[in-house]
Write a protein that binds this ligand. Sequence first.
Ligand code: SAJ
Length: 476
Amino acid sequence: MNDHLAKLLDKKGPIKKIGVIGMGYVGIPAAVLFADSDDFDLILGFQRDSSSSGYKIDMLNRGESPLKGEEPDLEELIEKVVKAGKFHCTSDFSRIAEVDAVTLAIQTPFSNPQELEPDFGALIEGVKQVGRYLSEGTLVVLESTITPGTTDGLARQILEKESGLTAGKDFALAHAPERVMVGRLLRNIREHDRIIGGIDQPSTDRAVELYTPVLTTGKVIAMTATAAEVTKTAENTFRDLQIAAINQLALYCEAMGINVYDVRNGVDSLKGEGITRAVLYPGAGVGGHCLTKDTYHLERGVKISTDALDYPAGQDSLFVLARKVNDFMPVHMCHLTMDALSRAGKNPEGSKVAMLGWAFINDSDDARNPPSEPYRDLLLDAGCRVEVHDPHVMDYPGVDISHELSEVLRDADVLAIMTGHSEYFKLEASVAKNLMCQDHPVIVDGRNVVEPDNYINAGFVYKGIGRGDKNSHPMQ
Ligand code: SAJ
C-alpha cells in the first residue's frame, strides 16, 4: 500500500495548491503563511457561509482580518497575499477537488464543560466535506487538538467512506497539531518546532514537505499520527500537572504555616546540567480552552488503546488527580473567604464579595472556562452577594461584569482577587479600605498580587494562596 501511495505522490509532483478548512485563529495564519511561500501557487481558505461566521469570507477576500485583538503583521500579510492572487476564501467546498493538500483547523469545544466531553461535530462535518471531494494523491492533515487515535481511526474511516478511496494507498493522512497562542499566531507557526505524524511514512514525508516552507527557526519533529496526537495532548497535560504540583505544595505550606514563595524560590534555585525543576505558580485555579480539556483527551485516548494499561486500573491517573487539584483551587478560595469572614465576625449570608477578575488569564479578555465561575457559584450558594469586576471582559452569559472598580469595591465585605490583571497591582490598601468602608474588611489574594503587610496593617483580614506565614496574622 505504502509503495502505491509513494508512487502516486511522486507522480503528482510537489504540492502547489493547498486548501485550509476553518478560517479561525489557527486556519487564517496557517493559510496566509502557505500563501506567502514561493513554493506554493494558490491557497484556498474554506469557510462555511453560516450566519455566525460567513462574514469572514468577504472580509478575508478584501484583505482584512476578522480576528479580534492585536496580531502583529497578520493584517498586512492577508492584504499582501490577497493582492498577489495567492489566497482566496470560499464557501464552495467542491473546490477541495482542486488541491494537492488540505488541512483542517476546526475547533473542538466542550459540548458539556461539566462532562468535559469535546464536541467533534464541526470537525467531523469538515472531514466529511473533505471526503466528498477528495481526489487521489491528496494529503489530508488534521491540525485540531484531538483525542489520540482519531486521525488513524475516526477521521480515516470517514474519509474512506465518503471518498471510496483508501488511506495510505490512495491518499496521505497526517496530524500536525497547532501550537499557536493568541497575540503571536504568525510567530508561533514560524518559530515553534512542528510535530508532524502520518499514518505511514509516505504520509509523514508528504506532510513534512507541506510545512517545511513556512518554518523559520522551527524544526520538524516527525513521528506517527497517534504519537503526534499524544504529544499535543501531553504537552498541555504536563503543564497542568506542573501547575497542580505547585498548587498542592501551596496547600501544604498554608497548613504548615510557611510561605510557598520562599519554598518556590528555594526549589527553583536548583539548576545545572539536567537538574531542572519546572516550578510554576500557585493560583486560584486553571482555566482556558487547553489545559482544562487536553488531559481528558489523553485519558480517552489511552482508554481506547488496544493493549491493557498496566497502571492505573480503575482509579484516577496522576494526570486526572492533577486536574482535580487544580479544580479544587476555586473551592479553596471559597474556604479562605469563609474563614476570613468568620475572623472578621461576619456571616457569609448577605456579605458582599467584590470579585476582581473574570478572565482565565492575566491582562486578557479570554473568559473560557474561568476558575472565577465556580468560585462565584460557591459564594452564591453560601448566601453572599457577589459583584464582578474585569477591565477586559466585556460580557459573559448570566454574569454582570463591571468595569468600575470603585463601584464594585464600594461597601464590600470581601475583596477577592481571581485574575492577576496588571490594574490590580496598583490598588492601594488605603484606597480599598476607604471604598469598602469596613473596620475589618477581608482580602483573599488568589494570584499573589498584593503585599500582605500593606493590607494587614491597614486593618484587613488577609488570606493568600500559599501564604501560611500570613494567613493567621494577628488582627490590627
Ligand atoms: N496558571 C497557573 N499557574 C501557572 C501558569 C498558569 O495557575 O504557573 C493558570 C492560568 O491562570 C490560567 C491557566 O493556568 O488560568 C492556563 O494558563 P496557560 O498559561 O497555560 O495559558 P493557556 O491555557 O492559553 O495555554 C496555552 C497553551 N498553548 C497551546 O495550547 C498552543 C499551552 O501549551 C502553553 O504552554 C501556554 O499557552 C503558554 O505557555 O502560554
